[in-house]
Design a protein around this ligand. Structure first.
Ligand code: C5P
Length: 274
């Protein structure tokens, strides 16, 4: 049996730089894995079986974990199945990349359990067929991602003080948030991405459309900033925020859960560990 930690991610900045003919958007985003994550257990089996501690999540072929298992078989020609248990801790519809991380972990696990027929580069490329955020997880945890997310430029790990994830009960639909985005009202042809890296310029172009769809998110950001956090930024297409800065106690807001986290990076020859 192989047990893997499957980390969430945050987008320390996320710029939408254009709309593509295929309907996706070109992004420039600084991705970072964090210590909040799920645990997956894998065993080779005669057929695929997925169990999950969260009964609200589908465990059929629509789950990205099983999509990753099928994709690995179709790419390698390997015929065996995978028995998987997913201990879910990453909230869904949060912009934390939980499903994408689980898919990446599954590609890594299937490869490991079958004697590593594929390189990490191949796993990363195949991951892009499952979802835009999947290739990032094959970096070592800090990367500038461009295109749909599939152009991954690894960066050295960043200093991390502990910080918080604040997740309201309501979630965000990624397609709905991208659909609401009005590219002509965005700013940045003049922005030079390298200038956003040092110091990190915390900014997310998806906040405006997400706040239009759910005005409660804007109010939550304001409350979190008023309570003393220096930086409060929505991650991905929301609805979670990361909150940085020293604070003796955070505000107790109904239906908001907090998670204490730090940045996490993996070693080049190993998967993520906490
Ligand atoms: O690739 P993924 O399945 O995660 O994307 C979900 C949806 O988010 C896409 O169908 C698309 O509407 C939107 N999206 C986008 N541009 C991206 C990533 C996602 O428009 N770079």
């Amino acid at each position: 049996m192989l047990r893997l930690f499957s980390p969430a991610k945050v987008n320390l900045f996320l710029l939408v730089v254009g709309k593509r003919p295929d309907g996706y958007h070109d992004l420039a985003s600084l991705f970072q894995t964090i210590t909040l994550g799920d645990t997956l257990e894998y065993e080779l089996s005669d057929k695929d079986v997925l169990t999950c501690t969260d009964p609200t999540l589908p465990t059929d072929a629509s789950n990205l974990v099983l999509k990753a298992a099928s994709l690995f078989r179709s790419k390698t020609g390997i015929k065996i199945g995978l028995k998987i248990n997913l201990d879910k801790k990453i909230p869904s519809q949060a912009g934390l990349g939980g499903g994408s991380s689980n898919a990446a972990s599954t590609l890594w696990a299937f490869n490991k359990l079958t004697g590593c027929p594929a390189s990490v580069k191949e796993l990363q490329q195949w991951g892009g067929e499952i979802g835009s955020d999947v290739p990032f997880f094959f970096s070592e945890g800090t990367a500038l991602c461009e295109g749909r997310g599939e152009k991954v430029h690894p960066l050295p790990s960043l200093e991390s003080a502990p910080f918080w994830i604040a997740k309201p009960k309501s979630g965000c639909s990624t397609p709905a948030v991208f659909k609401r985005l009005r590219l002509d009202e965005m700013h940045q042809p003049q922005l030079v991405i390298e200038n956003l890296l040092d110091p990190i310029s915390y900014h997310n172009d998806l906040e405006i459309p997400a706040f239009e769809i759910n005005p409660e998110l804007k109010k939550l950001k304001e409350i979190l900033l008023k309570s003393g956090f220096q930086t409060v930024l929505m991650t991905g297409s929301g609805s979670a925020f990361f909150c940085m800065g020293s604070l003796s106690s955070f505000p107790s807001i109904p239906d908001v859960s907090y998670y204490a986290v730090q940045f996490l990076n993996r070693k080049s020859d190993d998967w993520y560990r906490i």
